[in-house]
Ligand binder design. Structure first.
Ligand SMILES: Nc1ncnc2c1ncn2[C@@H]1O[C@H](COP(=O)(O)OP(=O)(O)O)[C@@H](O)[C@H]1O
Ligand SMILES: [Mg+2]
Length: 314
């Protein structure tokens, strides 16, 4: 019998957390994660990312709200919910004296799953750890240790994988490998939720992005839509001769004079690709007899967008 699998795999409603001592770390967070996506939760240090993950994974007790993970309420049906979830914690701590093979099989056992060497082998191969299966974890590089943590998190065949700051402290060159691996896991059907304070990481990896700041979700958006809606295109025209003011015939609130009058900058918001705006400006420049030597078009990055967002907040 074919039943429709719901699109939402994790549903978080009104989640609240006040730590003992009074810090209000999460303020009525609502969040839906879709099956099969990579969702990036982006926010500065202290925003509440690890707290949110801790609650979903049963390490931190919420002070309000509900979480349903793949059909199971984490409060009322904890074991079933937790069995659906793999967690790769922010802190690298694992048994350094164990071998990779033993450690990953052991993690599987903790979830009451029967031995399945074929599955563990597959996980280790997917993470390029198979050759290292007999190495002691403590002897591995930082990047490989983190992959062992991912393997442990996948040992019991979860449908949801949380990665808390997966590339914090990982060398820049190794970040790309990590991103490739995470994408491969998604392609195998695992829903991925990662937290990061690296904007580039969210931009590179995510299907959707949530921004959290001060315990509140301030934005949730499909990545491309976010870039389109909030992105800007900047057309910079290098002038042959300095201008003191923008000629009245060119007056346009989107146009500014920069570089001591040596270039004109046209800023276009939203989906405009810049080509039309630039062509129109060039026509008007020619009509005014303003000569120019260069035209550059730059699209704002997620980084620019994020800085705008956080700066605009009270
Ligand atoms: N066990 C705790 N007790 C008290 N306050 C905490 C505890 N854990 C985290 N916090 C506070 O809650 C806020 C959110 O922390 P955290 O969830 O770790 O943020 P992030 O992962 O986004 O950096 C921070 O201000 C942090 O100091
Ligand atoms: Mg954290």
């Amino acid at each position: 019998m074919a039943t429709d699998t719901p699109k939402t795999i994790v549903s978080i409603v009104g989640l609240d957390k006040t730590y003992n001592g009074g810090h209000h770390a999460l303020k009525s967070v609502d969040l839906e994660i879709y099956r099969g996506e990579i969702f990036a939760l982006l926010g500065p240090n202290g925003a509440g990312k690890t707290t949110l993950i801790g609650i979903v994974c049963g390490l931190v007790r919420a002070t309000g709200g509900t979480v349903i993970a793949d059909g199971h309420d984490i409060a009322h049906d904890y074991r079933a919910a937790r069995a659906k979830i793999g967690l790769v914690p922010q802190e690298l701590s694992t048994d350094m004296f164990e071998t990779v093979w033993h450690s990953v099989n052991y993690s599987r056992g903790l979830f009451g799953k029967p031995r399945d060497h074929a599955h563990v082998e597959q996980v280790l191969r997917d993470l390029s750890l198979w050759e290292k299966r007999n190495s002691k974890i403590g002897a591995l590089s930082g990047g490989m240790k983190r992959r062992v943590l991912i393997a442990k998190a996948l040992s019991h065949e979860p449908t949801i994988l949380f990665l808390d700051e997966p590339t914090a402290g990982v060398h820049v060159e190794l970040r790309r490998d990590m991103w490739e691996m995470v994408r491969a896991l998604r392609d195998r059907g695992v829903t991925i939720i990662l937290t990061t304070h690296y904007i580039e990481e969210a931009e590179e990896m995510a299907d959707r992005i949530g921004v959290i700041d001060g315990g509140k979700i301030i934005l949730i958006e499909e990545k491309h839509a976010l870039m389109q809606k909030l992105g800007r295109t900047r057309v910079t025209i290098g002038l042959n001769e300095r201008l003191d003011v923008i000629p009245p015939a060119l007056a346009d609130e989107r146009l500014a004079l920069a570089d001591d009058g040596r270039s004109l900058v046209l800023t276009l918001m939203g989906e405009d690709d810049g080509a039309t705006g630039a062509a129109d400006l060039i026509k008007r420049l020619s009509a005014e007899g303003v000569e120019f030597r260069s035209i550059d078009t730059a699209r704002s990055s997620l980084e620019d967008i994020f800085v705008d967002l956080v700066e605009k907040r009270p």
